[in-house]
Design a protein around this ligand. Sequence first.
Ligand code: NAP
Length: 498
Amino acid sequence: MNARATTPSPISHLADPTLVRSFAYINGRWQAAGDGAAFAVTNPADGSFLGEVASLSGDESARAVDAAHAAFRRWSALLPQERAKILKRWHQLIVDNREDLSILMTLEQGKPISEARGEMDYAVSFIEFYAEEAKRANIQSVTSHLPDAEMELWMEPVGVAALITPWNFPSAMITRKAAAALAAGCTVVVHPAKETPYSALALAELAERAGFPAGVFNVVTGDAPVICGPWMEDARVRAVSFTGSTPIGKLLYRQSADTVKRMVLELGGHAPFILFADADLDRAVDEAIKAKFATSGEDCLAVNRFFIERPVYDQFCARFAERVRQLTVGNGMDDPDIGPLMNEGAVLKQEDHVADALAKGAELLTGGARHALGPLFYQPTVLKNVSADAKIMREETFGPVAAIVPFDTEEDVITRANATEYGLVAYVHCGDARRVYRLSRALQFGMVAVNRTKVTGAPIPFGGMKQSGLGREGANAGMRAFMDIKYVCRDWADYAQN
Ligand code: NAP
């Protein structure tokens, strides 16, 4: 029996089933692949089939740039207030459909439903923020250094922007980029991850209802190199904003060189969590759980390395492991603490990092194996006394495995925390304000969270140092990434004659 043909997909049970779209969205139309090609989307919790989504060709993908390029002149010429009105309608439609969008996300991505709802709230916050920010981009005047000239700086949208997004935040990574680009006056072509196309296509459906003109917002589904390759070669694509792994980010950076595109790269992380003995231990344990296990550990902000000052090391390890043993694991629709991982590769990585750490002398406090619930579930795991040369101390684990080591001095922990090619976020728990200041200065990370975990939001510039990326998303900086500065210098003589 063909399960695909006989079992109704759970996504057909949404309150508004018309949010479920299976074709790409190009130039205001829903488009199947010319050759009928499609790829399957499955629920990572149980492997069940959710549906098939169109897999377009390179030529079809290039048509999305044609459409975005053609739409750019009129979209960029609109008053920012007009663009803001459409963005606000999109915002409201997403708010109105929050529950359906959250369910869709949990079904295709696996994350616990309350986390999916939280992601939707985070996703819409960028649209609201940039609808307002759109009105504040221009104009700056310059105090002239020439006696006979008047000077202005104009912020102008760069043109077509390509947005390439990952599966771990299937909606927020799109709105964080798209709202900024659209507010700036750019038009966009979006490629969502193959695991989570439905969330992206539902956002396109709501963008259409919000009234974005044809060609302004396009979503193209299919094999990533096939879809994104033509965009990277196309000189009309003036900016690329990518969130995903560091190797693919580097590839796109190289590919963009020939046409000198603007780049925003939000890449991997390898966050340190540094706990000093004078911190509030109860609070630190609470925050450590959040900082490690949110999004089932599949989060660029997730802690990869716990550095604990020696006087509280054993106590922290015991209390943290006890809390981890209590975490619930299950199907995201049942709202556990931890859902399934995204794919087999993710599970293999947990197994590899745990086996490697144990072989190098680590001690297992809890977990350490696949979970009985199914092939994509992995037990929340805690390792202590992990060797500095273990993979988990150098590579992004991207899953529910925590590695803990002790430290003795401030200088030593700063050196070890910075000993990574990544530099996205660092967490510091400490009761001494002067030490907090010194660490905040010394840590080579784009974001430093002190005595708390949640630090992100639309008004802050999110991004990393070193190989965690380039540029920032959110805040005014996020919109400026999609704008060029034009400097205009006018000679006073022309005005003086009149
Ligand atoms: P990924 O494999 O790099 O994929 C990200 C996106 O790139 C997907 O749309 C993917 O499409 C596409 N892609 C893959 N190969 C490509 C190619 N050759 N050319 C053009 N596009 C290509 O990353 P992921 O596994 O989805 O996401 C996990 C990574 O994202 C982690 O490293 C995490 O740290 C990072 N991340 C960073 C942030 C941040 O803000 N810094 C936020 C979230 C996640 P397909 O899915 O179709 O292959």
